[in-house]
Design a protein around this ligand. Structure first.
Ligand code: AMP
Length: 318
């Protein structure tokens, strides 16, 4: 790992123009890692042009602002964070770049970069960056520390998920020690939600369907989202809350996104591996946390059936 960190840093030193991208539908790990790396490079090299590109997520605006490219730049390096495949990269075209680096913690999907740093045992991309910054002995500012900590806490769901390891705690401890980060103040902006969303959460809990084989699901259409005054990304913010419910093995929320003309699926599992199935539905993700973008309600039924089979097999073997 150390030699890959060094190789990446050697390339960063070479390029005056650097663009940093991450996946579509960004979460705090994607945004936190993107903004932390941008700010770190800016702090280390005040003459480099460093841009964080992609669509913003208003919910996580407190993490920092993204940039816009005025003109096409020549001789530019691209660093893509938290994104295993080309179709999920937001806002950049790979062919515009002279050198590409990928840093990711998702299981491998496809190679698209000159350097591919993948650690799918890491809890988050922010954890990999933190490791890199500490290993290469970069000074870590408060603002960079806040972004990294937020990404790690969010992707591990407050250190609940399986990818949380001794290494996660070791790195986070070091981060807090060296930066004296006041981490408790970071929870309020991260977790404060509108009352509409809480009421909507009540609706989801009341209306979940649970199959005999332990698959819980709900289908949320545009009218329902309107009725509760929430947007199509809201259900995804609550999917993890069902992790500790007796009898639920796999759970999935389907949310209609009229603007993008698709139905988003957030899928989670307490045992069966779901990302291979998600990939068959044009999605992907981690072993126990995946997503997909579906094109019809019919497809949601097929996915539920397949998940049900997975759950049944898992239950009969465990
Ligand atoms: P989410 O349910 O949106 O929190 O996503 C869970 C995991 O699945 C994350 O690692 C995402 O990067 C991944 N994921 C979500 N949607 C997709 C998709 N359409 N294609 C591939 N991976 C996805």
């Amino acid at each position: 790992m150390k030699s890959l960190f060094k190789q990446i840093f050697r390339q960063i030193k070479k390029y005056d123009n650097i663009v940093i991208a991450r996946h579509i539908g960004p979460d705090p790990d994607a945004l936190g890692s993107q903004l932390a790396l941008r700010d770190m490079i800016r702090e280390l090299f005040d003459k480099k042009n460093v841009y964080a590109l992609g669509n913003p997520a208003s919910r996580f605006r407190h993490l920092g602002m993204l940039d816009k490219l005025e003109d096409n730049m020549s001789n530019t390096m691209l660093i893509v964070l938290d994104t295993p495949d080309i179709k999920r990269i937001d806002g950049v075209d790979l062919k515009d770049y002279d050198y590409i680096v990928k840093i990711d913690h998702h299981p491998f999907v496809e190679a698209y970069a000159d350097i591919e740093l993948i650690d799918d045992t890491a809890s988050s991309t922010c954890q990999i960056l933190l490791d890199m910054f500490l290993t290469l002995k970069f000074p870590i500012s408060q603002s960079v520390a806040e972004k990294l900590y937020t990404g790690i806490v969010s992707d591990t769901d407050r250190f609940l998920h399986d990818y949380t390891s001794v290494n996660t705690f070791r790195l986070v401890t070091k981060l807090i020690e060296v930066t004296k980060l006041d981490f408790t103040k970071l929870y309020k902006p991260l977790y404060t939600r509108p009352i509409e969303e809480i009421k909507f959460q009540g609706y989801i809990y009341q209306n979940l369907t649970l199959t005999e084989n332990g698959v819980a699901y709900i289908k949320i259409d545009e009218d329902l989202l309107k009725e509760y005054g929430v947007d199509s990304a809201s259900p995804g913010n609550m999917i993890n809350e069902l992790k500790f419910v007796k009898d639920i093995v796999i759970w999935v929320f389907f949310s209609e996104d009229i603007k993008s003309n698709l139905i988003r699926a957030n899928i989670r599992s307490n045992g069966p591996i779901i990302n291979e199935l998600a990939a068959r539905f044009g999605g992907g993700g981690h072993k126990y946390a995946s997503g997909a973008r579906l094109t019809s309600w019919q497809q949601t039924d097929s996915l539920i059936n397949e998940l049900d089979k997975l759950s049944m097999e898992y239950k009969s073997n465990n």
